[in-house]
Design a binder for this molecule. Structure first.
Ligand code: SF4
Length: 332
């Protein structure tokens, strides 16, 4: 085995480096500069067996490893520092470090090598680790829709349905200059407003919703966007997702978890829910995510869904959550 300094980007990200160190050794043939584990034996060829694919140039290798005393101590220290994880058994155990080169060929950890939590305590510890990693990746995640007050955020959120935040942010500055107050929206004709927001798509429905919301807020809530989810759900165009966005971002009120398309996809990939319907997903998330994290978690997941955990070909090799993620559609 060659020994030379290796800057393995993957290895830098993960505190529990076992999986990634194996990846380094297998794919690069060398250990990282400061390996968390040391090879117990040299890499050796695994004998071919009947039925093995005959792909050209394919190598199947077994690497048997054990953690060095220092790395094990470091991990134990980290485990002890985990907030709320009182006992060692609460933590996710590391899988047996015996993998084939094929398993780690592309870099990310194959789903089958990621241990599933079996008990409620293990599930809770896993979620806590996911939240911590999200904090590391997206410490300042916030709503991408530009706004200056709750009303502007409500309008922007209504316009963002089936539209990118970027496009909405291009439309809203001119819109709010033309209609600076809630009353201005309440009195505009639908045809005119539809033309103003045409580029956001579904402009007829959206213009109806915005005018209806303005009239409702003006007539029943003294021109102020209400601060309870029950009241907000009576406003035209404001379903649970929109209500949660407005309450969480504009007022800092954790009324629920925003479930948009990214949150739907990632919640299932991270095994935080088995459901597909937004209402049920939100109920599951409200059970497993601490309430004081509901607002930030939504923003972080949305950012993660845009940056790395995209719908097709997620960038798992760059994802810090890789070692906790056993999604079937991981890109390994
Ligand atoms: S990018 Fe998504 S699917 Fe891939 S490891 Fe991260 S969370 Fe899992």
């Amino acid at each position: 085995m060659r020994h030379q300094p290796l800057q393995c980007q993957i290895g830098e990200h993960c505190r529990d480096k076992v999986q990634r160190e194996i990846h380094c050794v297998i794919t690069h043939g060398i250990a990282a500069a400061e390996p968390a584990i040391k090879p117990e034996r040299q890499v050796r060829q695994r004998p071919r067996w009947k039925g093995m694919p005959q792909a050209a140039g394919e190598q199947r290798i077994i690497v048997e490893m054990e953690r060095s005393g220092e790395a094990a101590a470091e991990r134990d220290q980290c485990d002890n520092n985990e907030k709320g994880s009182a006992t060692r058994k609460d933590n996710i155990s590391v899988p047996k470090t015996k993998v084939t080169a094929k398993d780690t060929a592309a870099g990310a950890t194959p789903s089958k090598l990621v241990p599933r939590p079996k008990t409620a305590a293990e599930r809770k510890a896993r979620v806590a680790k996911i939240l911590k990693l999200l904090d590391e990746m997206y410490p300042n995640a916030t709503c991408a829709l530009h706004h200056n007050d709750p009303w502007q955020l409500l309008v922007a959120t209504i316009l963002s349905a089936q539209c990118t935040d970027k496009r909405v942010n291009e439309v809203t500055p001119g819109l709010f200059r033309k209609y600076p107050a809630v009353a201005d929206f309440a009195h505009v004709s639908q045809a005119e407003l539809a033309q103003d927001i045409r580029s956001t798509g579904f402009f007829n429905n959206k213009s109806k919703s915005v005018i209806g919301a303005a009239q409702k807020i003006l007539n029943q809530f003294d021109g102020q966007v209400p601060k309870t989810i029950e009241e907000l759900l009576t406003v035209p165009g404001a379903a649970r997702k929109t209500a949660n966005v407005v309450l969480g971002t504009a007022y800092g009120i954790a009324s629920g978890v925003v479930v948009d398309t990214h949150v739907q996809r990632l919640s299932r990939r991270l095994d935080l829910t088995k459901h597909a319907e937004p209402v049920k997903i939100e109920q599951d998330l409200m059970k497993v995510i601490p309430k004081d994290k509901w607002i930030l978690f939504s923003h972080q997941i949305i950012h993660h869904g845009r940056a790395l955990c995209v719908a097709r070909k997620p960038k798992c090799v760059e994802c810090k959550i890789d070692w906790l993620c056993y999604a079937k559609d991981k890109n390994v």
